[in-house]
Design a protein around this ligand. Structure first.
Ligand code: SAH
Length: 339
């Protein structure tokens, strides 16, 4: 029954117009509850480099942005983030960064091995962009469990509107396929309300997700960053993001679905709204306080002034208030990894 769930263009447009919003949320929450109860998984996000070789038009850490200070965290810095995170109850660490050639494969592998050695009960997730299948294989063998690589948009023409010509959707999809073949728990996803995005594009995103069957899906509103070519574009909306979260929960019932920081940035209760629409993951920042403002993918990002401990306390309160609970757990995908 699950796999047959689908949506057509008309239904998508109808829901995106705000029709049946409460019913949609109710259904999505019921499905989320069936597989994951009231549990909310936390992932400690370590933004370890803001150097990037790419020039995506939407992203604040794009190569041509000369107005940010660039930083790289050392192995020691990263291990200290994990130590603090472990103490606070995190059992997944996400290493995210720009596409930074400084970190060659042997360094990434060494880092993964150090984390897994010290914390064998934790999952390591990578989010470091497009690399060769051999590299992905090496990280997996070093112990990485999961990989986040948003497809950004499943439509070729739209992909070219968002990225310079040296990047291609074909290659992005190839990477996702490789990651799945290797055996990672894989995350795809896209921005909601990115410049030029149409309902047809979103429809194609949903069809792509149905085919790929990722274990995780990251979606959040596009938010302009003032030093990028899209600095004057409009941001995506909370309502549209929340509607799409519910739809994705229904299309992929067991998916690990974060209420993202971007959603929390455009609305003070954005993450709560996401959780109440079918999301079941949040990804608090574990990066050292001194570099947080420099990982500025978009403007006005939340939680750049606080320490990890404050963030997690605040988050637990917020989650409890809406009837869910933050659990201290790796929070793996509940289902057959190979479907
Ligand atoms: N370099 C890695 C990590 C990218 S940052 C990679 O290529 O996968 C993680 C995500 O942030 C991106 O995939 C993108 O969807 C999102 N992002 C980037 N700029 C954004 C913006 N201006 N508004 C909202 N989300 C953005």
């Amino acid at each position: 029954m699950e796999a047959k769930q689908n949506i057509d263009m008309e239904q998508l447009q109808y829901l995106l117009n705000g029709n049946e919003a409460d019913y949609l949320k109710e259904r999505a929450v019921a499905v989320r509850q069936r597989y994951y109860d009231a549990d909310v998984y936390i992932r400690g996000l370590i933004e370890f480099t803001n150097y990037c070789r790419n020039n995506c038009y939407y992203c604040g850490i794009r190569r041509d942005n000369a107005n940010i200070d660039r930083y790289r965290l050392s192995d020691g810095d990263i291990m200290a983030c994990c130590d603090e995170g472990y103490r606070l109850g995190f059992r997944t660490f996400v290493l995210q960064g720009g596409e930074d050639g400084f970190y060659i494969d042997s360094m990434i592998c060494r880092l993964i091995r150090s984390i897994k050695e010290r914390y064998p009960d934790c999952a390591v997730t990578l989010s470091i962009g497009e690399r060769s299948k051999e590299s992905y294989q090496a990280y997996f063998e070093a112990g990485a469990d999961r990989y986040l690589l948003r497809h950004e948009t499943a439509n070729d023409a739209h992909y070219r509107q968002l990225h310079p010509s040296e990047l291609s959707l074909k290659h992005r999809k190839e990477c996702l396929k490789n990651l799945k073949e290797i055996g990672y728990q894989v995350g795809a996803g896209f921005m909601v309300g990115s410049p030029g995005q149409t309902t047809q594009n979103l429809y194609e995103d949903l069809q792509f997700l149905r085919e790929l069957k990722p274990h995780m899906v990251g979606i959040g509103p596009f938010i302009p960053q003032h030093d990028t070519p899209f600095g004057r574009e409009l941001a995506g909306t909370v309502d549209m993001t929340v509607t799409l979260l519910s739809i994705i929960r229904l299309l992929l019932p067991r998916v690990l679905l974060p209420a993202t920081t971007a959603l929390g940035t455009i609305d003070p209760f954005g993450r709560e709204k996401g959780l109440m629409a079918g999301a079941n993951v949040v990804m608090p920042n574990l990066s050292p306080g001194r570099v947080r403002k420099q990982y500025a993918l978009y403007d006005k990002k939340i939680c750049t002034g606080e320490e990890a401990a404050e963030c997690i306390e605040c988050l637990k309160n917020r989650v409890n208030k809406i009837g869910y609970r933050v659990v201290c757990d790796r929070g793996d995908y509940k289902g057959d990894l190979n479907v």
